[in-house]
Every structure is written in C-alpha cells, then in structure tokens.
Design a protein around this ligand. Structure first.
Ligand code: GUN
Ligand code: FE
Length: 458
C-alpha cells in the first residue's frame, strides 16, 4: 500500500455527529463521540463514551481528544459520482448550448489539449485541490483519451489524499479527427492504464472503465471494454439518456434502447454508474435494477445544458441506486453541496410541474398528484451514502458504520451564519445545507487523514 497513512494517533471526537443509514434513515448523536484508530478506521460511535471505554480499555488509551463547539458537527464526506477533471479548465464557461453542440464547440477542443502533460498536471492539481476544499472525499473522475495524462490525474489524487475512481476516456467514433482513437488504441491504452494503476498500488485510487458514451464508441469497442471490466472486476462509468437528440442518434445506430446498447456489451454491472439518466424509459429503469447499476444525478448540468428535469424519486422507488454528480463542466460548480441544493430545487420544480399539470396545462403523462418532493435529509443521503453505494464503495465509506474509513467533514455553521440562538442537531445540518458553502467546511478527512489544508498547490 503506497498511500501515506497518517502517522497520527487514534482520535476521539466529542460533539454532534450526523450521518445517514439509508434513503429515509438519518441518525444523529448530540453530545456524541466518534473514535478513529491510527489506520483511519472508525472503531467507536455513539452517545455513551464511558460505556465504550469500559468495553475497549486498551483502545481507549492515548486517544487524542477533539472537542467540537455548539456550532460544529461532523458528517460523512461528499461523494461526487460524476466529474470530468479536464473540464475544470472551463468550469463556468460555455454553458449556452445543448449537449452535442457544447461537446463539439467547447469540450472536445479543450480535452484534446490534455496531450500536453504539463497542462494536464496544472489542471489536475487544481481540480483535486478544489474538490477537496469543497468536501469531496470520493470522486469518480473522467479524464481524457490520453493515457499519460490520466495517470497524472490518478497520481494527483493519491498525492493529495483523495479517494477516487479514475477513468481513461474511450472514444473511437463520431468524434472530431483531432480527438479520437482507434478501437485498438483505446482498448490497449485502457489495459495499460489498469496495469499502471496496479503498479501504483493505491488503496485510495482505483481505475474505472470509461467509454465516453455510446455515441462515441463502436459496438466492438464497447464489447472490448465490457470484457476488460469483467476480466479485472473493474468499476464502469459512462453517460446515458442525457439529451433527446443524443438518444435519437444512439437508437438509430444501435437499433435498441440506450441501456440495451450498453447491456449488450456487458457494461451494465453492479459496479456501473451511469451519469444523467434523465430520459430513461420504464424498461431501461427495470434493466438497471436487474443489473444493479446506478445513476449519477447531475442536476446542475441537466439544467445548464438544457437536458431536462430528472425524476430521481422514480429511480429510487424502482430500486435503482442514485448518487449525485457535479458533472463539471456541464455543471457549473465543483461542489457536491451545491449539487445537493440543486437536487432539492429540481425536485421542487418537478413537484410544481406535476401538480400544475393536474390543472390541465401539460402532458397527461407528467401528472402525478402523489409526488412528494425530496427532503433535505434524503438529499444528504444521496450526497454521501447514496453516492458511495452508487460507486460500489459503501463497504469502505459513505457513513460512520463501525469498520469503515473515516471520510468526513468538520462543519462549522458559525463561520458565515451567526445564529441568534443555539441550533439543535437537525437545524445545524439544515442551516449548513441551505446556507453553507466551503467556508463552513473547516476540515476534510480521508481515511482519517486531514486533507483540506494539506493540499497546498505545488
Ligand atoms: N456526454 C458525452 N460526453 C459528455 C460530457 O463531457 N459531459 C456531459 N455532460 N455529457 C457527455
Ligand atoms: Fe458528464
């Protein structure tokens, strides 16, 4: 294991601790405790510290104590299930077009520049730094077609101590001639990347198979990638059903639904996360559930690129795991906290839409008098444990279950807000979600190691 583990001693935090256990289960400990061992694993959590000490007398020796204030709490780190690291170079720019024009006009030319490793180093260093600042303890990154630059991104995540999945992007068709590979190049560079990652030997950063989307990959390449994923038991990530024009083209080429195009290549597995899924049809949702693959909900990008309103409750209610993605730079913010708030917004907008329709203003199909907008605690689940589940890493992270790694945020609501009265546990979280930003995140821990202030740019 090449990761630099903190040489730190074991630590016990005293104060307010919150996490989620499922979509509808939020758990909090006011005046609670949480013990992290010297390997960064959670070995104690609860209300009664004395009881824990008496049943763990050896472990309780030499603990460093950290006392939180009344305005502070500890919560699980944010999980970004879908982010394009190279596109951080244009974040907030070029958001005036729908998907396919946006790709051709801004994004392919930008990504082509990552043949330059120095440029890649600069951008990748900044994006890992920026996401860590915003509390992203686990990110699933798309890099570019370039093997060397993709390795730079993986090494940068390891260096700064961020947990990550990193994918070399694959595209061999319907792409500009300055940014395209042959199927053979794509598959062999993917294999080389997987091999280099094995040599790197990081437990934090893993390779993930990354066909850009069905439009930019031939059937043969998709099959090849599905085979590699299976052979090495790897994670898979891509895009699905984001934009109506895109969906029509995919159906035309593959003569099947968008989900079937991936499924026939063996790319829908229980380690697969697909971004967007705005327009998935019922049979595709059912296929997702059968295969155990997940959706990365990207509300900012779905709005910015005019893709649509994704009804994630429909996915959740049909047994599909959902996490959140920033989708930088289709999304304009690197912050999952921002994605969380956008998720609540989109859900409210869907609610207006579905209920307005009952008064006869829209398509009958969209009507739903029973729709209940998402609650902030459910959105917090999506931003943490839901994301960890979507990335099939919930055995390691996503909440504070005993034995998991301590991937966490120390939040302080008093930094920008000045409550006139003491807030209760729920209110602390609510305040942070609705009014907070990265300034409220005082520290970020990955595997027990503080990484927010450690990650100064070189
Ligand atoms: N579909 C294929 N590539 C992309 C991308 O870079 N961003 C988004 N949002 N959708 C895509
Ligand atoms: Fe994307």
């Amino acid at each position: 294991d090449a990761d630099s583990k903190s040489s730190a001693m074991s630590t016990v935090f005293f104060g307010t601790i919150v996490h989620t256990k499922s979509f509808n289960e939020f758990e909090s400990f006011e005046k609670g405790f949480l013990v992290v061992d010297d390997c960064g694993k959670i070995i104690g959590i609860g209300h009664d510290y004395q009881e824990w000490v008496s049943s763990n007398p050896v472990r309780a020796k030499d603990l460093r104590e950290v006392w939180l204030t009344d305005c502070q709490f500890i919560m699980p780190g944010f999980v970004d299930c879908h982010i394009h690291a190279p596109q951080f170079a244009q974040v907030g720019l070029g958001l005036d077009m729908p998907l396919l024009d946006w790709l051709n006009t801004y994004t392919f030319p930008l990504e082509a520049k990552f043949s330059d490793q120095q440029y890649a180093q600069q951008v990748y260093q900044s994006v890992v730094h920026a996401t860590l600042r915003c509390g992203t303890t686990l990110a699933s990154y798309f890099a570019t077609n370039h093997l060397e630059s993709t390795l730079i991104l993986a090494r940068e995540a390891v260096r700064q101590g961020q947990r990550a999945l990193v994918g070399k992007v694959c595209s061999n068709c319907n792409s500009p001639d300055f940014y395209v590979e042959t199927a053979e190049e794509s598959a062999s560079a993917t294999l080389a990347f997987v091999e280099e990652m094995r040599k790197l030997g990081s437990s934090l950063v893993l390779p993930t198979i990354t066909p850009r989307f069905a439009l930019s990959c031939s059937k043969e390449l998709l099959k090849e990638l599905g085979g590699i994923a299976k052979r090495f038991d790897l994670h898979v990530q891509s895009h699905i059903s984001e934009n109506l024009a895109e969906i029509e083209m995919v159906k035309g080429i593959f003569k099947s639904s968008y989900a079937k195009a991936y499924d026939e290549a063996g790319l829908l597995t229980n380690k697969t996360v697909m971004a967007h899924g705005v327009h998935l049809e019922d049979d595709e949702v059912a296929l997702f559930r059968t295969r155990g693959c997940s959706v990365a909900h990207c509300p900012a990008s779905n709005t910015m690129l005019s893709s649509g309103l994704c009804d994630i409750q429909r996915l959740v209610n049909n047994g599909v795991t959902v996490g959140l993605g920033t989708d930088v730079s289709g999304g304009n913010s690197v912050s999952i906290q921002d994605a969380l708030l956008r998720t609540l917004d989109v859900s409210k907008h869907l609610d207006f839409f579905k209920k307005q329709n009952i008064r006869g203003t829209g398509k009958a199909k969209a009507q739903d008098p029973n729709y209940v907008p998402l609650k902030y605690k459910q959105a917090m689940y999506l931003a943490t444990l839901g994301g960890a589940k979507a990335l099939s890493l919930d055995h390691l992270t996503g909440n504070f279950a005993l034995g998991k790694e301590f991937d966490a945020l120390l939040v302080d609501v008093s930094v920008v807000e000045n409550p006139v009265r003491r807030l209760n546990v729920d209110e602390l979280v609510e305040k942070f979600i609705y009014t907070g930003n990265d300034r409220n995140i005082l520290e970020v821990f990955v595997a027990g190691k503080p990484v927010k202030n450690d990650c100064q740019l070189k």
